[in-house]
Write a protein that binds this ligand. Structure first.
Ligand SMILES: C[S@@+](CC[C@H](N)C(=O)[O-])C[C@H]1O[C@@H](n2cnc3c(N)ncnc32)[C@H](O)[C@@H]1O
Length: 280
């Protein structure tokens, strides 16, 4: 499937301005490059689909959306979530795309990019081995990255709309294709209670901000995380910019509650905007 953001549309428009008949662009949001044919009426993609220049111009004009091509038409990758009452969409970057929820990016994009953001989270609890619980799937980047070294990854997403967006993103395909990743649609706060004690070697906890998902920052949730972790297991907990006023305040509360839940060696991981805690 061809997926384009304004960045590729811009490249195509520039190539047309330069009167090129062929151009190399990414048709999967920067994962690979393909050669496309620039024709007077449209762009012809390698699998035989095409897209008219008017559509390419429309994609170029919208910097916060991505589009897939179906039946020679561009369709925005977005959806309205009945669950949250918010609009979800995919937004291209120079690296991996992020998901916008009511305009708020799901990953860090300021001074970094969603892929580097993911690598920082994984690095914070390296090496990621054994059985991993990824509490909130999102676009699946942490689950996909963890699955490269883990035995398997269980990942939980509360919102089917978020999963639908992931299904259309080239960067999230391993979520659906990698047999080492098991997806659960449910509330991590409830689902975590279903796992046996000492089931996981590591937990990646990357919840929405505190104001949107307070229960995922509660002592009760941390007690469950502690219970399902094996001895010597650890959790990475994303929080947000520790330098910001709210980030600093939330971090202090998270550290206290993780300790109350039984975690030891609770340390800050400022590069990853979170903390790491151990089950001794
Ligand atoms: C910051 S994103 C996770 C990003 C993800 N780690 C990645 O690499 O793409 C948070 C996700 O948690 C989901 N979510 C919110 N509350 C949840 C809950 N209680 N249980 C499971 N998922 C939840 C949101 O729908 C959103 O997709």
């Amino acid at each position: 499937m061809v997926v384009l953001s304004y960045l590729q549309a811009r490249q195509l428009l520039e190539a047309r301005k330069d009167s090129q008949s062929l151009a190399k662009v990414s048709l999967d949001l920067n994962l690979t490059e393909s050669e496309v044919r620039l024709q007077p009426e449209n762009v012809l993609f390698p699998a035989g689909e095409s897209l008219g220049w008017k559509s390419i111009e429309e994609i170029n004009a919208n910097e916060t959306a991505c589009y897939y091509v179906e039946n020679d038409k561009a369709k925005a990758i977005k959806g309205f979530s009945e669950f949250s009452g918010r609009v979800y969409g995919l937004m291209g970057t120079e690296s991996a795309p992020t998901m916008l929820i009511s305009g708020i990016p799901m990953h860090r994009i300021k001074d970094t990019n969603p892929y580097q953001d993911t690598l920082n989270k994984i690095k914070a609890i390296k090496p990621v081995m054994g059985e991993v619980l990824d509490t909130t799937t999102g676009l699946g980047y942490t689950a996909i990255e963890a699955a490269k070294t883990a035995r398997y990854v269980v990942t939980i997403e509360i919102d089917p709309t978020a999963q639908e967006i992931a299904r259309l993103s080239p960067w999230s395909q391993a979520l659906f294709d990698n047999p080492k990743i098991m997806q659960i649609i449910g509330d991590a706060f409830d689902e975590i209670k279903r796992f046996d004690a000492e089931s996981f070697s590591a937990i990646i906890h990357d919840p929405p901000m505190f104001s949107l998902a307070g229960d995922l920052y509660s002592r009760e949730f941390y007690q469950q995380a502690f219970r399902v972790l094996k001895r010597n297991g650890r959790i990475f907990h994303y929080i947000g910019d520790p330098e910001s006023k709210s980030g600093a305040r939330v971090t202090a509360g998270v550290i206290r509650r993780l300790q109350e839940a039984g975690f030891k060696r609770v340390t800050r991981a400022p590069q990853a905007f979170g903390v790491v805690a151990h089950k001794a």
